[in-house]
Design a protein around this ligand. Structure first.
Ligand code: NAP
Length: 313
């Protein structure tokens, strides 16, 4: 019997990758129920046109809508949307709604897209506390929310993701021209390696986890496509675009002071990755990630497909 997977965030990066992975494997025994708040949007209509995909409306803020969307499915991919309002508390609320709905509807396998609680490493005042109790809210709130799935008794795989290389295209983190017109990328990362991934590979990995089923329930799986330093990222982008890009290490306090929305959050995030590199990188075993998803892209492969989309302002 076909196993239906309800996919939260289906019109977005992570969920979209999962819907496309399921749809492109028609003999795989799975079908996708793509969840959107607006089935009439262009993005939702594009998903509805794919084989093996149905589109249903639900909102993670509305538990009853999630219960309807999760009804009768085998699995559910659950993700929250920190950057909509920068609120870890709302992420927790939304994760609780998804966990409750999965419990109420007897979902047999949930994948919760999560990250580690940086407060287990950052136990001093090297970086400011944000939103009253977090160091990196979009990390810490996600591990807080792991408990919602455990407490609800939902069979869950905890999928710890990594920095999307798409941030260089869509999130303002790509190279910028300095006063001399030269391209620079500035993060407070020092010489540390940044685990990162093509966002499409998160969905492909999630599909592999659903296929493996019971053996991965209760497990935490941490993934990335490649670990590269700021200098290595800049050099590879430069090769791809045919123009040199220089990496500038920045002091975390200076970065937090840049003033764009989320500068403090991202400053803390990069500082965490810099200061606790061995644990953060070490948790993300690329060989294991590739056994789950043999198509896992490294940065060079991602650049071949996406390098030309990086805005060079
Ligand atoms: N960027 C990174 O480097 C990175 C790395 C690791 C983890 N993350 C995490 O990834 C998460 C976001 O995932 P993503 O990037 O895959 O999302 P995304 O691409 O921003 O897509 C979000 C989709 O979810 C839907 N959505 C938004 N609010 C919703 C709601 N209230 N109820 C139901 N659906 C809603 C929207 O679809 P409709 O408009 O169709 O409803 C939207 O298309 C964040 O929590 C972030 O912290 C990001």
């Amino acid at each position: 019997m076909t196993k239906v997977i309800a996919v939260v965030g289906a019109t977005g990066a992570q969920g979209g990758g999962l819907v496309r992975a399921i749809s492109s494997d028609p003999e795989g025994g799975f079908a996708a129920r793509a969840i959107t708040r607006d089935a009439g949007s262009e993005a939702a209509k594009a998903l509805a046109a794919l084989p093996n995909v149905e589109v249903v409306e639900a909102d993670v803020a509305d538990e009853a809508s999630l219960e309807r969307a999760f009804s009768g499915v085998h699995g559910a991919f659950c993700v929250t949307f920190f950057w909509v309002d920068f609120s870890a508390e709302n992420e927790l609320r939304h994760a609780r709604n998804m966990a409750s709905a999965a419990s109420a509807t007897g979902v047999e396998h949930v994948i919760w897209s999560t990250l580690e609680d940086t407060r287990r490493w950052v136990t001093d005042d090297r970086m400011p506390t944000l939103q009253g109790k977090y160091k990196v809210p979009h990390f810490d709130g996600k591990e807080d929310a792991d408990a919602a799935f455990r407490d609800a008794g939902v069979p869950t795989t905890f999928l710890r993701t990594a920095f999307f290389w798409e941030n260089f295209i869509y999130f303002g983190l790509g190279p910028k021209r300095d006063e001399n017109g030269e391209l620079v990328m500035s993060f407070p990362l020092g010489d540390a390696k940044l685990p990162a991934i093509a966002s499409e590979d998160i969905g492909k990995t999630a599909y592999a986890i659903f296929r493996r089923g019971d053996e991965l329930i209760g497990k935490t799986i941490s993934i990335a496509g490649e670990h590269l330093s700021g200098s290595e990222l800049a050099a590879k982008i430069g090769n791809a675009i045919g123009e040199p890009v220089t990496f500038h290490d920045v002091d975390p306090d200076v970065y937090r002071g840049f003033g764009f929305p989320g500068a403090d959050e991202l400053g803390n995030m990069f500082q965490f990755k810099r200061d606790f590199e061995s644990d953060y990188v070490g948790a993300r075993d690329l060989d294991y990630a590739r056994t789950l998803n043999p198509e896992l892209q490294d940065f060079d492969a991602w650049l071949v497909a996406n390098g030309s989309k990086i805005p060079l302002e």
